[in-house]
Design a protein around this ligand. Sequence first.
Ligand code: SF4
Length: 461
Amino acid sequence: MMGRDEKDQEQFFYAFNLDDHIPRDHLLRSIDHFLDLSGLHDHLAPYYSHTGRPSIDPELMIRMLIVGYCYGIRSERQLCEEVKLNLAYRWFCRLSIEDTVPEHSTFSKNRHGRFRDADALRFVFEQVLERCIVEGLVGGEGFAVDASLVQADASRRRHHEDDGNDGDWGGGSHAVVEYLNSLDRSIPEGGKQPMKVSQTDPASRWTALRSGATFYAYSTNYLIDTEAGIIMDVEATPANRSFEVASTRTMIGRVAERFAIKPKKIIGDTAYGSAKLLGWLVEKQGITPHVPVWDKSAGKAELYGRADFTWKAEADRYLCPGGKSLLRNRRKFKKKRTGITKAKTIIYRASQSDCGHCPMKARCCPTDPRRKIARSIHEDARDLARSLATTKAFAQSARDRKKVEMLFGHMKKILKVDRLRLRGLSGAHDEFLLTATAQNLRRMAQWLGTDPPRALAGALP
Ligand code: SF4
């Protein structure tokens, strides 16, 4: 006979230990073991008033956000619901079975404002990274850098003609006000003014993919340690290559300043092979670049390219395939000139008479009276990068670079961060920091196991 349970739930009075109901190998147990938020209140103290109504406990907010980003729960309303119903989430958030979960509107209001002023999410990210370093997951030998586009929360149809007229935005949403207040419309070297500016999220950039898809987007920039794929730094930028490349310097500098870690080599794709960045890495930082050189000097296949000319450093000249010299100055000037152009290159020229009589002219400079070669002021750094590109170590670095791409894949497919929910550069900053924090915590949990060494029961209701 089929049994029927006819007990009345309302009659239950029981002792309930939440900890007993969370499996020993639950991901959140392990994450909890590696998450230390003991310094959070002190960090935030200067930003909170000592009077007035108490706000939501910042540690509770961070724990809820970590649950949300670890499990791909992006909606604040849904997150509050899930924490209310899921025992493991309650346990991780230090909530007893009777404790009230914040309302989503209050939660939403609290995570901005003072939280942002204090850059609380960066504080948490760095706390977690410090733990990764202490646990020995960061080798410090090689860092890899890359960027990935994430769609902004902006309508494709609503755009503003950005003519510099700040008063013509038809309203003052948070993202528009932030854009107008903080942006001086400066573009990093090599960048372009945007053609279209979103009216809902003006700091995002109109982007076209190879597939033909177009949308407004931000870029998340990751700097990872290649040993265990730990994210060393993350930076939100508008979706534009110039901003992405510029963020590399910011991230390397910040990691060196906060953690006194500077990698021996940096790994990146061709986008990071500009002369300026290579020069900075090699000449200023002493970092070996495992980066393909961004090089247009090869020219047409049937003509002599840069590689056919020999650089003679001690004589400050190139030797052409015909054995003639290309010099930076072919005549004397009264006032000494550096010869450096706006593009930060020095032009080396062959003699017009040498080229005019040369049998190889048709393969060298068929339409010009003489051959010229532009040499970057960072050419030594570019030469170093070129020489490394043929080594076995470089081939290994190319494989290591895939670890960043895998993290981006994980971010979009598993953590579901493929479209932002918050607007403005500060919104992108918050979301990318939380994603990177969640990924580092999950990585620590996966690499270092799930055995919780401390008595959690005592700390929980
Ligand atoms: S054309 Fe001029 S630069 Fe070219 S190989 Fe002849 S002499 Fe040298």
